[in-house]
Design a protein. Structure first.
Length: 271
């Protein structure tokens, strides 16, 4: 058979009867509509069952008698029926014992006094107060540092500094923060201590300061540069309440661990 005859035989094939097509397609479509209808009925029944069950539950609970709660483990708090007589009332703390009264007074009085024979450092403020902008200028980015300090609630900075001999210089700062949701003094001290292990700073984790929950003191590696005298540095960081304390000691001669520790302990004792 030739290709043309094959094509003709294929083309002349009679098309299927439309009625037979309808009979085969129709049975496929009907069950699908039945399935959708069944799913819808199940969903409606589930919602009705949920609402009905909730209503029945509320009804049962409403008909029940109230059940008494078990007694508390804590005994009842007792208060005096009337205030104590004046003779028996506790006396207020003296200012020397009230830590809050100390912190609210003249902060400069809590600074360590200059040792005998020491001279006031040239860069020390005359009145013992350091302005916020001067404090922020001690950082690499003064603008960002000032914003950060204000966010912490910086209130005031009392400072003192002195020089012993030709080069031994000591500076102490009491940085006080306002009361609020942010623990400014603690957060600031923790930030400073976080930098100390870096090579640019003390290059060590320091040692714990006795009597302080988070206080530490640090001895820096000697800084040697050609054409300059050797420079030694020691620092201490701790906080007490809302007051952060920074202590800096610098000299061309070695600073002992005992010196910086004793200085920090004595300043902590005044707070």
């Amino acid at each position: 058979m030739s290709i043309e005859e094959s094509i003709q035989n294929t083309d002349t094939t009679s098309p299927p009867d439309p009625e037979s097509v309808t009979e085969t397609v129709t049975p496929v479509q009907k069950p699908r509509r039945r399935v959708l209808r069944t799913v819808g009925l199940i969903a409606v029944a589930a919602v009705i069952g949920l609402v009905g069950g909730t209503a029945v539950g509320y009804g049962i609970q409403a008909d029940r008698e109230p059940t008494a709660l078990p007694p508390l483990n804590q005994p009842g708090l007792a208060y005096p029926a009337k205030p104590l007589p004046k003779a028996q009332a506790p006396k207020p703390l003296a200012a020397s014992e009230d830590l809050q009264a100390k912190a609210q007074g003249d902060l400069r009085k809590l600074l360590l006094p200059k040792p005998a024979g020491a001279k006031k450092a040239q860069f020390s403020p005359r009145d013992g107060w350091m302005p916020a902008y001067a404090f922020a200028s001690q950082f690499k980015e003064p603008g960002a540092a000032l914003d950060y300090q204000l966010d912490l609630g910086l209130r005031r900075i009392a400072t003192t500094s002195w020089t012993v001999g030709q080069y031994r210089t000591t500076e102490i700062r009491l940085v006080q923060y306002r009361s609020g949701d942010t623990l400014g003094a603690q957060e600031y001290i923790e930030d400073q201590q976080r930098y100390m292990p870096d090579e640019e700073y003390a290059h060590n984790v320091g040692k714990e300061l006795t009597g302080s929950s988070d206080g530490r003191y640090y001895l820096f590696p000697v800084d040697r540069k050609a054409g300059y005298l050797d420079f030694y540095e020691a620092r201490a960081y701790f906080h007490r309440g809302d007051i952060a304390v920074e202590i800096f000691v610098g000299d061309t001669k070695k600073i002992s661990e005992k010196e910086i520790r004793s200085l920090a302990e004595r300043q902590l004792g005044r707070l």
